[in-house]
Write a protein that binds this ligand. Structure first.
Ligand code: IPE
Ligand code: IPE
Ligand code: MG
Length: 274
């Protein structure tokens, strides 16, 4: 599978470190940020772009490899037409303005979501930016645009069925996850939602299976590098058990120390990765 290099959290135990390899964020609270200042909601979206810049910079400096940002959900079409159109224009303008800088900073840019509802020039802009930055490896920045977790699973099932027309009835998780739109990266270690709501809002339904969830009241335009550090600090306090017991984890840690010290009394255990 395209993601065979990445461990499935339900099949194997992923490597875990103090720095999340992949952070996924629901950037919420732009409208409330603006309203609090008696400004139109869209002014909050404008300020939200600055917070995106800061999150990208922060992730690069902290050694995060994948950053996935929810910019527009499949349900956001239900918003007033002028807000939807503002968001589209903002996306186009920001991409045009930032793409050189993203590329210079070694960022691989990707967009996930159902692009069929976007105008051809925007799709062209996205594809060109993706192709241009495809070989960069400092940070993979994914923008989820017209994205829905359910859409993603349905399109993956369709692609899987088309790929294996002869295979009936017994598909594996790996075959399905290989067709999901984030098949080029690991599952998120850390999920952040700003703006105070504690829900997933149809974001990465499959991939969040074992992510650590972090909710903050901070509104997205106020989410700066210090706020990112708070989230990462919280992440570091979590015990990621992936179904195991706490005692097993302690044994694994003791064992890792013993291996390092050259005093490991046990034969190699192919099942234990963490
Ligand atoms: C998130 O901010 C941005 C998008 C959904 C595009 P909101 O616009 O949802 O802001 P609130 O939740 O109304 O404050
Ligand atoms: C989720 O925010 C989508 C994005 C941030 C793009 P919403 O503000 O649209 O979520 P709900 O509708 O309050 O759950
Ligand atoms: Mg919102």
């Amino acid at each position: 599978m395209a993601n065979s290099t990445f461990t499935s959290s339900t099949r194997d135990i992923p490597d875990v470190s103090g720095v999340p390899r992949h952070i996924a964020i629901i950037m919420d609270g732009n409208g409330r940020w603006a309203r609090k200042r008696f400004m139109p909601r869209v002014a909050g979206h404008g300020r939200g772009v600055e917070a995106v810049r800061s999150a990208i910079r922060g992730c690069i400096q902290r050694g995060v490899s994948y950053l996935t940002l929810f910019a527009f959900s499949s349900e956001n079409w239900r918003r007033p037409a002028d807000e939807v159109s503002f968001l589209m224009q903002l996306f186009i303008r920001s991409l045009q303005k930032e793409i050189d800088r993203l590329h210079e900073n070694g960022i691989r840019f990707r967009v996930v979501g159902d692009l069929t509802r976007f105008d051809a020039p925007l799709v062209e802009l996205i594809r060109t930016a993706e192709a241009r930055t495809a070989d960069n490896d400092k940070l993979t920045l994914t923008i989820a645009a017209n994205y829905g977790g359910r859409w993603d699973i349905v399109q993956a099932v369709e692609r899987m069925l088309a790929k294996y027309p002869e295979q009936r009835g017994s598909f594996s998780e790996e075959q399905l996850s290989a067709e999901l739109s984030l098949n080029y990266g690991p599952e998120p270690d850390l999920f952040i939602r700003t703006g105070g709501e504690q829900r997933i809002s149809n974001f990465l339904l499959w991939q969040l299976a074992y992510s650590e969830l972090y909710f903050t009241d901070t509104l997205w335009p106020d989410f700066d590098e210090a706020a990112l550090d708070d989230a990462i600090r919280s992440y570091r306090t979590r015990e990621r058990r992936f179904g195991r017991t706490s005692e097993q984890l302690c044994q694994t840690v003791d064992r890792a120390a013993a291996v390092k010290a050259g005093t490991d009394p046990l034969p190699a255990d192919p099942g234990a990765h963490a």
